[in-house]
Design a protein around this ligand. Structure first.
Ligand SMILES: Cc1cc2nc3c(=O)[nH]c(=O)nc-3n(C[C@H](O)[C@H](O)[C@H](O)COP(=O)(O)OP(=O)(O)OC[C@H]3O[C@@H](n4cnc5c(N)ncnc54)[C@H](O)[C@@H]3O)c2cc1C
Length: 387
């Protein structure tokens, strides 16, 4: 067996990297194990919306409150990797317009600063918007760069002693009786397998969490739910543009570098590594997206992608109705010690998710250091390569 750590974190998406940062700050020795490159799972291929919570203000109060709380915190601690350009919710028909008051009330009840702005003003800010829009509300949405987002957390974790093992796939959990005592990894660069010991293992593998949990014969209620995004090869909006209604297909356009990304759809998948993209989902993105920004249809598609959300829910639930919040699982409740899972949520809420699971980890390991991730300013993503 190679080195023994206090903690092994499996997965270097937004959840695993934020968790590594939190635990390293509390003084724990840890390593992060990732089967591919950093952020190569769901985190690296999402819309990149730094949620204000507006999308969930009417349908998911808890999820919306988490979003605005973490959005405001990230603005303080992440020096680079965020584009703080705000968002607009636009009414393209009478039904959207009728939703406006409900939306404004929902935002107020969740603490999301939302401003009803004149249509003329919205069109001045975003000239490519449909000139026939009937209303617009401005919220503090933003955009993150997912790779830099994760590198910032890891750079800070490395500064505090953590190590990172990319291209290492966990292919089994080591067991001492009914307790997890480490992992078996396959190093994809050498083809060799070896074992790494730890006092506790954190499963932060997003939609793959059920596969890792199955190594210990425990079940986690993760419902992998895919979504298609269409990237347009011109940046047509500077702010995030959302449809002013309950969340549905094709209702958001996020500016990302020199592109605009239209999203998304939602359907359950069994294999997160082989998601087939239905052409009708791509067509739907263009059809719905152009209602908000007509020029989306006139510009070439740069790429189409699909990834799975790690939603928490019952297997029979309707995926649009499952809460977008997160859950931490201490598998001692399933009869397996020294093993926890954190899943669900969003990239926007990664820090809060990390705080919750790190509190559980520290309680189990008898560590009393409190969480400090709300205050500690993160290292630049650039310093990941220097530490
Ligand atoms: C279509 C879509 C759009 C979204 N848009 C947004 C958005 O705009 N804003 C937002 O905040 N959230 C968004 N989300 C949600 C967000 O992307 C996810 O909640 C978040 O990325 C989950 O991060 P994670 O770290 O838990 O999972 P992941 O990013 O999937 O990380 C898990 C990691 O575990 C690794 N792994 C898996 N198995 C193993 C193994 N055996 N050994 C080692 N490593 C392993 C994977 O390679 C992966 O890197 C979106 C989700 C979807 C599906």
């Amino acid at each position: 067996m190679s080195q023994k750590y206090h903690v092994i974190v499996i997965g270097a998406g937004s959840t695993g990297t934020a968790t590594a940062h939190d635990l390293a700050l509390r003084g724990l020795q840890l390593t992060v194990i990732e089967r591919g490159e950093i952020a190569s799972g769901t985190t690296g291929r999402n819309h990149c919306l730094l949620h204000s919570g507006g999308r969930y203000a009417v349908t998911d109060h808890e999820g919306a409150v988490e979003c605005i709380d973490e959005n405001l915190t990230l603005r303080q601690i992440m020096r680079d990797g965020l584009e703080l350009n705000d968002g607009l919710f636009v009414a393209v028909d009478e039904s959207d317009l009728a939703f406006k008051d409900t939306f404004l009330e929902g935002c107020a009840s969740c603490g999301i600063p939302a401003r009803d702005i004149p249509v003329k003003r919205a069109l001045e800010i975003e000239p490519y918007l449909n000139p026939k829009i009937l209303g617009a509300v401005q919220v503090p949405d933003g955009v993150f760069d997912p790779y830099r987002f994760c590198l910032s957390f890891l750079a800070t974790a490395k500064k505090n002693g953590a190590t990172v093992l990319p291209y290492h796939e966990v292919v089994g959990l080591l067991m001492s009786g009914q307790a997890v005592s480490g992992v078996k990894v396959l190093d994809h660069r050498t083809g060799k397998q070896y074992e790494i010991g730890a006092d506790l293992v954190v499963n932060a593998t997003g939609p793959w969490a059920g596969k890792i949990a199955a190594f210990a014969n425990v079940d986690v209620p993760v419902l992998p739910t895919a979504g298609v995004m269409v990237s347009i090869s011109k940046r047509l909006n500077q702010m995030v543009v959302n449809r002013l209604n309950k969340p549905h297909d094709g209702d958001i356009v996020v500016p990302q570098r020199m592109t605009s990304i239209i999203g998304t759809t939602s359907w359950k998948v069994d294999d997160m590594d082989a998601i087939h993209i239905p052409q009708e989902h791509v067509d739907k993105m263009i059809e719905f997206g152009e209602k908000m920004i007509p020029a989306l249809r006139d510009n070439p598609i740069r790429g189409v992608m699909a990834v799975a959300r790690p939603l928490i829910g019952k297997k029979s639930a309707d995926e649009r109705e499952v809460s977008r919040t997160f859950a931490g699982f201490d598998h001692a409740h399933d009869g397996v010690e020294n093993f926890v899972t954190i899943s669900g949520g969003k990239t926007t809420t990664a820090r809060g998710m990390a705080e919750k699971i790190s509190d559980i980890v520290c309680a189990k390991l008898g560590v009393s250091a409190p969480c400090r991730t709300r205050e500690v300013v993160l290292e630049s993503y650039r310093s990941y390569y220097n530490n």
